[in-house]
Design a protein around this ligand. Structure first.
Ligand code: 13P
Ligand code: SF4
Length: 322
């Protein structure tokens, strides 16, 4: 077996990266592990995954895998979802500190209070929620299926948690229902401003604009297309424009370039100090962490049995309805 000296991430050379990637793939084969990654992961992490996808596709893959171990390169709620649909499997999270700040903006207690205040509502939980919040919800949604699922619900009123941007986007498309929307938000997506998107449109008048629904409604208004990360990839790589302004986390650029390198994908150089908007917690998963986690089978995701049982229902309902 190769012994790898784990250099600090910023010190990794191309050769280190290549060696780590090879070793991770070898370990995955040896241990019958599947590596799942979200599009916001670092490019070198996306490249070692068996599957890279949006939140909906990743939960589907997690529910269908035959592997003994799932290494989930994403944020905590994604790993929890994988565990909930696969309670007997070992789910490993390469960085247990990588949570989703938006998911932490609502608690199960908040949802129970909302239920008391609005007893005639069904609770729709964005999949970006912690497991105990899912456990007190009626159905989960992702940005890829939220409109379709809410349209299919029987009740006339819905409580939508925790993302105000996605909630308002769904409300616009389902005018026959009443909404109670929690005021959570995604910090990276809320960094994009309508002013900077407008400027980019003026700079590139021939470009189409693709926006993630976690963005502020004023940014969404400027879009030619609104959708989940996978839906943005499909739109941007296939539309007839040569240039596409992409308003979401910069990790998406890697797959866009792989799928259709003949186009130009413009990501705003926002006020963010590093010149691009990125999700710090998604980027908290590094190649050395994936390697160590898989090699030593560290950071196993565990959840109380009753939470798994109760959170499974809204997730499976989502998978059925979509
Ligand atoms: P999707 O990949 O489902 O579009 O979600 C984006 C996101 O913010 C995940 O945290
Ligand atoms: Fe959470 Fe936003 Fe990061 Fe997605 S991009 S994990 S919603 S903070």
């Amino acid at each position: 077996m190769v012994t790898l000296e784990l250099a600090k991430d910023q010190e990794l050379t191309q050769q280190d990266i290549g060696k780590l990637q090879e070793e991770i793939r070898r370990l995955a084969r040896e241990k019958n592990a599947v590596i799942l990654a979200h599009y916001y992961q670092r490019p070198e992490v996306q490249d070692i995954a068996d599957f890279v996808g949006d939140s909906l596709e990743l939960s589907r893959r997690a529910s269908q895998t035959e592997a003994d171990i799932i290494v989930f390169c994403g944020v905590r709620f994604m790993c929890e979802t994988a565990k909930i649909v696969n309670p007997t499997k070992k789910v490993l999270h390469p960085n247990p500190e990588s949570g989703c700040p938006m998911a932490d903006m609502i608690t199960a207690k908040d949802v129970l209070r909302l239920r008391e205040e609005h007893p005639d509502c069904e609770v729709v939980a964005y999949v970006n929620t912690n497991a105990d919040v899912k456990a007190v919800s009626d159905v989960c949604v992702t940005s890829a299926n939220a409109i379709r699922i809410v349209q299919k619900l029987q009740s006339k009123k819905v409580i939508f948690v925790p993302d105000q941007a996605l909630g308002n986007w769904v409300k616009r498309h389902v005018p026959d229902k009443e909404f109670v929307i929690w005021q959570g938000f995604c910090p990276p997506h809320f960094e994009f401003t309508a002013r900077e998107v407008q400027k980019l449109k003026e700079l590139y008048p021939d470009a189409k604009v693709a926006v993630h629904p976690e963005c502020h409604p004023k940014v969404i208004e400027l879009a030619d297309f609104v959708g989940s990360t996978s839906q943005i990839i499909n739109y941007a790589t296939a539309c007839d424009a040569k240039r596409v302004i992409v308003i979401t986390e910069v990790g998406l650029k890697h797959t866009l370039m792989k799928k259709n390198p003949s186009k130009e994908y413009i990501f705003p150089e926002s006020m963010n100090y590093c010149g691009t908007v990125y999700c710090c917690t998604m980027k908290g998963i590094t190649l050395p962490k994936v390697y160590q986690t898989l090699k030593e089978e560290l950071n196993e995701v565990t959840l109380p049995e009753d939470i798994i049982e109760r959170a499974k229902r809204p997730i499976l309902r989502m998978l059925e309805l979509s």
